[in-house]
Every structure is written in structure tokens, then in C-alpha cells.
Design a protein around this ligand. Structure first.
Ligand SMILES: *Cc1c(COP(=O)(O)O)cnc(C)c1O
Ligand code: SF4
Length: 355
């Protein structure tokens, strides 16, 4: 049996198994017993949890919390609103833009993130959607304006090599498709999945390139195994980026935020987005004020470290992603000049050139 399949078959998804990895607190135990939710992770990812610290950043993303029942701000049927599903399209196709779509191909993951904005479908499963791959492919074939297909889930890399090959080959045969993306957390939670069999399916120089976008939220998630998995993806011609989520108590401080982005570059992953934690139901406890992400880019990244380490801070909404980047840099503008401020608070001026 391949190691990744073994990891999935031994998923840590019962209280008994969890107790082999951590000293479960009474609150955690209560949440596990009372919440009707799909939860759990791989033994690999579970082994990164701190056994004695309930505030361990990995543990908070993996172990259910009773706070998931408190829902003051979350929007019901969030995904129906967010992904414009009331319009006449297959459930697998989420559309916010003219030239690209999110194609949901599976509703399972290797590790169930407690902060998942797709919680209603993926973990709590109150919202039933039909993810029919054939129907989705047919819709894509008929819509010639689509050039970029972003495959998501659940986690697309949970599928077998054969299924992934079928999807990649089918999409590459469509003349109007110019690029394919896989959005997956598996290189982080189950790096063993990046096998020679998988890379063989995706590798090579081709008219239609593949981009893999991972989700890494804390420097502790970046291990030697993850580094190797990323290297194996890059080595077969795949580009790798990161979309992190800004999570309260996990990565919303200057030190962690900077270290996360520096460490991503150290394993050759280019930070792409950092997301404001979306108003899906049951994840209020992970949400920061909106300004937080912009402040972190101002105080931890821009100017303080390599420009390549800087993600764009956005909120994903029903009308697309909206940048929430810091706007502290232009202090003043008059007919003659702009007054600008740098990351250290120093000021400079440049001429204002009329149009
Ligand atoms: C995020 C998303 C995309 C991709 O947006 P990019 O800014 O190109 O990464 C496309 N469609 C939907 C529905 C999305 O949610
Ligand atoms: S891997 Fe993605 S879809 Fe799965 S639980 Fe985490 S955030 Fe949700």
C-alpha cells in the first residue's frame, strides 16, 4: 500500500486516536462529543500538534471547538451566496469572473480545517451539493470564454492518480483552456501524496501549464517533508503558490506572519494571497478585524523582508476577491507633489506629473 493511502486509512478522527497524540482537554472532548461535524487529520499532521498546548496553531486548526456553535456573524447557506449558485449552472461550477471558474470536484479532504469557509458542505454537511465531474466538464466545454479552471474541493489531491489524470487530460483537450490550477492543502497535511505516480500525471512542458496553490497558515506546518513535496512538484514543471488564511490566535501577530512568509520562500513557494477569514457560519472565533491583515503587511512584510514574501491581502466575496491592502503610503498629494511614507515611517516626495 502506498504511504499516503495508509495515512488516510489511519486518519486521526476518533477521540481514542486523538488521545494517542495529545492530552485532550475537557473542552475539546465536549466539542468532539457534541458537534455533528466531520473532523480529523492524518497521523503525519497530528504528530505536529503540541500534546500539552490547546492553543497550538496546528491543534486549533484540527481539533473541533465548542465555539463552532456560537454563530453571531456567519451567513447561512454561505456558499450558495458566495459562489453564486442560485444561477443556472451545475453545482460543481462556481463563477464570479468572466474568464475563470472554480470547479469543485470532490467534497473530501485529508485534514478537515476548523476554519473552512466551505464548512457547510465539507465538514458540517448541512448543505448538499452535487459535484458531478462529467456535468462540470461539459459546461466548461460549452463556455468558450473560460480560459482558466481552478480545481478545488474538498481537496482535489485526495483523488486517485487515474482520476486526476482523467481531469487533467480532459481539460487539456479543450481548446479554450489555457491553464489549470489545483487548490489543495494536501502538500501540507499529507505531503506523502506527492508521489512519482502523481507527478507523472501532471509533468512535462505542455501548452496548458498547471499551477498548484497550497494552503499553509503557520510556519510549524512547513517541514522537511513538505519542502520535498513542493520540490517534487516544481521539478515536473508545476508552479507552486500559497493562499493562507488570516486566523486569530494562529498567525495574526507580526513575528508569526513574517516567519510564515519567509519560510514559504525558503521552500520555493511564492505567497499569492492571504485571505480575510470569510463570514461563513461557525468560524467567528477565527476572525480578526478587517484591518489586521493590512497592518501585518505594513508591519511585518513590506520593506521588512524580501518583496517576494508579500502576498496580496484580499477578502473573497460573491462578487470576487477584493484587495484590502494597506493604504498608508500616500500621505499627501497636491498639484506639485506626492508625499510618500516608507515602512520605517520615513517620508519622501516625488513630483506630481499632470496627465
Ligand atoms: C478565487 C476564485 C477564482 C480565482 O481568482 P484569482 O484571483 O484568479 O485567483 C475564480 N473563481 C472563483 C469562483 C473563485 O472563488
Ligand atoms: S482542505 Fe480546504 S476544503 Fe478541506 S477543510 Fe481545509 S479549507 Fe476546507
Amino acid at each position: 500500500m502506498e504511504e499516503w493511502v495508509h495515512q488516510l486509512e489511519n486518519r486521526v478522527n476518533t477521540l481514542k486516536k486523538l488521545k494517542e497524540f495529545i492530552n485532550v482537554t475537557p473542552d475539546e472532548e465536549k466539542a468532539i462529543k457534541s458537534l455533528k461535524t466531520r473532523w480529523g487529520t492524518t497521523p503525519y499532521f497530528a504528530s505536529l500538534m503540541d500534546p500539552n498546548d490547546p492553543k497550538c496553531p496546528i491543534r486549533m486548526q484540527v481539533v473541533p471547538s465548542i465555539k463552532e456553535l456560537e454563530n453571531k456573524y456567519g451567513m447561512k447557506d454561505y456558499l450558495v451566496w458566495k459562489e453564486n449558485r442560485e444561477e443556472d449552472r451545475p453545482d460543481s461550477i462556481a463563477r464570479q469572473y468572466h474568464d475563470r471558474i472554480a470547479f469543485t470536484i470532490v467534497d473530501e479532504c485529508a485534514s478537515y480545517c476548523r476554519h473552512c469557509f466551505r464548512k457547510e458542505v465539507v465538514t458540517d454537511r448541512r448543505l448538499k451539493l452535487r459535484f458531478d465531474v462529467e456535468e462540470g466538464l461539459e459546461w466548461i466545454r460549452e463556455h468558450k470564454e473560460i480560459r482558466d479552471v481552478l480545481m478545488t474541493g474538498g481537496d482535489p489531491f485526495i483523488l486517485s492518480d487515474d482520476k486526476i489524470k482523467y481531469l487533467v487530460d480532459s481539460l487539456r483537450e479543450i481548446p479554450h483552456i489555457e491553464m489549470i490550477r489545483f487548490h489543495t492543502r494536501i502538500p501540507v497535511t499529507l505531503p506523502h501524496r506527492i508521489t512519482p505516480g502523481l507527478t507523472k500525471v501532471m509533468k512535462g512542458h505542455h501548452r496548458v501549464p498547471i499551477w498548484v496553490v497550497i494552503q499553509c497558515n503557520h510556519p510549524k506546518e512547513i517541514t522537511e517533508r513538505v519542502s520535498k513535496a513542493v520540490y517534487d512538484l516544481l521539478s515536473c514543471g508545476i508552479n507552486v503558490g500559497n493562499q493562507g488564511v488570516l486566523l486569530k490566535g494562529i498567525n495574526d501577530d507580526v513575528k508569526t506572519f513574517r516567519e510564515l512568509h519567509q519560510k514559504l520562500l525558503s521552500i520555493r513557494v511564492r505567497p499569492y494571497y492571504i485571505f480575510y477569514c470569510e463570514p461563513a457560519p461557525g468560524i467567528d472565533h477565527f476572525r480578526t478585524p478587517v484591518e489586521k491583515g493590512a497592518e501585518l503587511i505594513r508591519d511585518a512584510i513590506r520593506g521588512h523582508t524580501s518583496g517576494l514574501a508579500q502576498p496580496m491581502y484580499v477578502i473573497a466575496t460573491n462578487i470576487g476577491k477584493i484587495p484590502l491592502m494597506p493604504d498608508y503610503y500616500i500621505l499627501e498629494k497636491n498639484e506639485k507633489e506626492y508625499k510618500l511614507r516608507n515602512y520605517e515611517g520615513k517620508e519622501t516626495t516625488i513630483p506630481n506629473i499632470p496627465e
